[in-house]
Design a protein around this ligand. Structure first.
Ligand SMILES: Cc1ncc(COP(=O)(O)O)c(C=O)c1O
Length: 440
């Protein structure tokens, strides 16, 4: 980065600081990962200079022969990896990919239905302030009492709500999804089924999570989570989708441009192609398997310390801890864990009465630490750090209603956490441990 260092030392320094931070902590945000050096190299190429509105062979700008080849390669690699007849690689990220699908299959005001945000759904699956809520109408299904999907109940709700588009695939759901059952429900309701597999794509291509390809009409996924690519997204149309509506690929392309975007980010497309090549290897399959082995081992370790896991455990890469039995607010726990060198996010849990900024749980995942090379034998130690760090903030709860009291307590707790010696000592241990595992 010698040019960056010379031209903009301020940005250079911040990038270096971030690199150091990423090396020294346990990065356990379930949606994050470390992209490979090849992916990062592809992002930093001259491809960022190009404009290429349109699609391979039909661009609005000249000089796109190489870009056509790059985009076609990304598409064909994705088609092969997932086993689908059509893939769009241009959506700039997961949220625009979902919006493009809504534009492609829904008329204004039509209804989509996904899992409620408070149950682990995503904001793009129906939120009053988002595009899904402003241009369309939405309804939500929720989790059953045991924190898992209750398919009979979902079927009842879908048949009652009659959405034009049913969504499965989530942001904070630790269990396998029965895509076949969702396919049957959508067929019964006569609606489209979209599987947003952003979180679990890497597990699907590794064969450790069932694939929605035979059952969904459309599949969206980000490329930067378990898939380990650059930030970006794919929109897949399955054979079942083409059968229902042969115009789906055309409608999705129109939804991307002129619907939502202008020119694609060609450096991102190239990096997606690289990630797809990497994901097709036996090494990646092993990686996907290890993510789940690590998550299960960590879940076991956490449970042994009395942590309550939503749904009782995990089948995939993520764990959702309900901290109410530990008498600690989720946000407080996340701040304490960061001080201890473990980075994750606070998260709502089923039945949470706290506002989203002060939710009662934490969500953690193993994709990034697995990329660094941690194995199941390391998870015991990680679970002990969680236990020791959270023990330091036990009793730090926040009121659900009283905003003034809440912000006073928050201020006080932040000061206490910053000064806490035990957390600082754990942070040192974590730093020494994490530094032994190189970044890709
Ligand atoms: C299920 C799901 N869909 C879509 C998105 C949105 O992706 P992005 O942040 O790239 O827009 C996310 C992000 O976390 C997600 O979890």
């Amino acid at each position: 980065m010698q040019h960056l260092k010379k031209t903009d030392p301020q940005i250079y320094k911040l990038v270096k600081q971030e690199e150091k931070r990423q090396k020294e902590v346990l990065e356990m945000i379930a949606s994050e990962n470390y992209a490979s050096s090849a992916v990062i190299e592809a992002l930093g190429t001259v491809l960022t200079n190009k404009y290429s509105e349109g699609f391979p062979g039909k661009r609005y700008y000249q000089g796109n022969a190489n870009i056509d080849d790059i985009e076609s390669l990304a598409q064909s690699r994705a088609q092969k990896l997932f086993g689908v007849p059509y893939v769009n690689v241009q959506a700039l990220s997961g949220a625009p990919a979902n919006s493009a699908v809504y534009f492609a299959v829904l008329k204004n005001g039509e209804k989509l239905m996904g899992l409620a945000l408070t149950s682990g759904g995503h904001i793009t699956h129906g939120h009053k302030l988002g595009l899904s809520g402003r241009l369309f109408t939405f309804a939500h299904y929720t989790l059953g009492r045991d924190g898992t999907l209750d398919y009979d109940e979902i079927e009842k709700q879908v048949l009652k709500e009659k959405p034009a588009l049913l969504i499965c695939g989530y942001t904070a759901y630790p269990r396998k999804i029965n895509f076949k059952r969702f396919g049957d429900i959508a067929d019964k309701a006569g609606c489209y089924l979209m599987a947003d597999v952003s979180h679990i794509t890497g597990l699907i291509v590794s064969g450790v999570h069932p694939s929605p390809v035979p059952y969904a009409h459309i599949i969206t996924t980000t490329t930067h989570k378990t898939l380990r690519g650059p930030r970006g997204a794919l929109i897949l149309v399955t054979a079942k989708g083409l059968k229902k509506n042969p115009d789906l690929p055309k409608n999705i392309e129109t939804a991307i441009i002129p619907g939502l975007q202008g020119g694609p980010h060609d450096n991102q497309t190239a990096a997606i192609a690289v990630a797809l090549k990497e994901a097709a290897t036996p090494k990646f399959k092993k990686y996907g398997e290890q993510i789940v082995v690590n998550a299960k081992a960590l879940a076991e370790g956490l449970r042994s310390y009395g942590f309550e896991l939503v749904s009782g455990g995990t089948d995939n890469h993520l764990i959702l801890i309900d901290l109410r039995n530990k008498k600690v607010n989720g946000r407080i726990a996340a701040i304490a864990l960061e001080k201890a060198g473990i980075v994750l996010n606070y998260n709502g849990v089923p039945g949470d009465n706290m506002p989203p900024l002060y939710s009662s749980g934490i969500r953690l995942g193993t994709p990034a630490i697995t990329t660094r090379g941690l194995k199941e034998r390391d998870m015991k130690r990680v679970a002990t750090w969680y236990n020791d760090a959270i023990a330091e903030v036990e009793g730090m709860e926040l009121p659900a209603e009283d905003k003034v009291k809440r912000s006073e307590l928050m201020k006080k707790y932040r000061v206490e956490i910053a000064k806490n010696r035990k957390l600082a000592a754990i942070g040192k241990e974590v730093k020494a441990f994490a530094s032994k595992f190189p970044l890709p």
